[in-house]
Design a protein around this ligand. Structure first.
Ligand SMILES: CC(C)(COP(=O)(O)OP(=O)(O)OC[C@H]1O[C@@H](n2cnc3c(N)ncnc32)[C@H](O)[C@@H]1OP(=O)(O)O)[C@@H](O)C(=O)NCCC(=O)NCCS
Length: 204
């Protein structure tokens, strides 16, 4: 049996332009995974978004926020990946073509930034081809080498490693620590829970 035969069928899409004005955002649930999978991968062929497998989306569905119309039609999604208290990344942010330019993307991004704040994360990063959209929300362009966590997570296995046309952006301070890969950055202090008390131990 192929993987696709295990997947539920996505909700039927109306050809009429959905009314996005009252779009709402909410945390994704597992039944949203198929819509997320189809929309994200519809833009992965040309490198606009990183390809995500259905299994990966299910595994990380709690990272995702979805936007939907007043009548509950899926309009788009975005994810917040947590590296640690020093850094989170906005990933897979996308709105259906017929719903673009009506505020849903902005609502998704604001929800992800609120989530980062709720988690106490100091900096949010992303790689993009459309920095102008993210300037609206307080991101600035940085040299990608200041984000070793992102490079070790995705770039090293990316087919576009030597032909990348994305810019790195950060909102908040540039992280001074990293958790992935060998790094000249110091490891952060990990908080360990020990029999009734919280102690802070430098990471090995
Ligand atoms: C980027 C994207 C999510 C924006 O969603 P959207 O619903 O069209 O955006 P909104 O209508 O909420 O726009 C919010 C603001 O950003 C501006 N904006 C939207 N798209 C923009 C773009 N490509 N470049 C510059 N500014 C943009 C809007 O004018 C608006 O500004 P305002 O608040 O001053 O009016 C959507 O265009 C998309 O899905 N693009 C394809 C996928 C993609 O490239 N994702 C980013 C990968 S890093």
């Amino acid at each position: 049996m192929s993987n696709s035969s295990l997947m539920p069928v996505s909700e039927s899409t109306s050809s009429s332009r959905p009314r996005v004005g009252g779009a709402t955002v909410r945390k994704a649930k597992l039944p949203d995974a198929v819509n997320i999978f189809e929309l994200v991968n519809s833009l992965s062929g040309d490198g606009t978004l990183l390809r995500r497998s259905y299994a990966e989306i299910c595994e990380n569905v709690r990272d995702f926020t979805v936007a939907e119309s007043e009548s509950g039609v899926f309009l788009g999604c975005g994810a917040l990946h947590l590296y640690g208290p020093h850094l989170a990344e906005v990933r897979s942010i996308v709105v259906k073509p017929e719903a673009k330019g009506q505020g849903a993307g902005g609502k998704l991004l604001r929800a992800l930034l609120d989530e980062a704040e709720d988690q106490g994360v100091t900096s949010v990063c992303l790689f993009t081809r459309i920095p102008d959209f993210f300037f609206h929300f307080g991101f600035r362009v940085v040299d990608r080498t200041v984000l070793p966590d992102k490079i070790y997570k995705d770039c090293q296995t990316c087919p576009r490693l030597y032909a990348c046309d994305e810019v790195a952006m950060v909102r908040g301070p540039v992280p001074k620590v990293a958790v992935l890969g060998p790094s000249k950055f110091p490891a952060p202090e990990l908080v360990k829970l020990q029999a009734g008390s919280l102690t802070s131990t430098p990471a090995k």
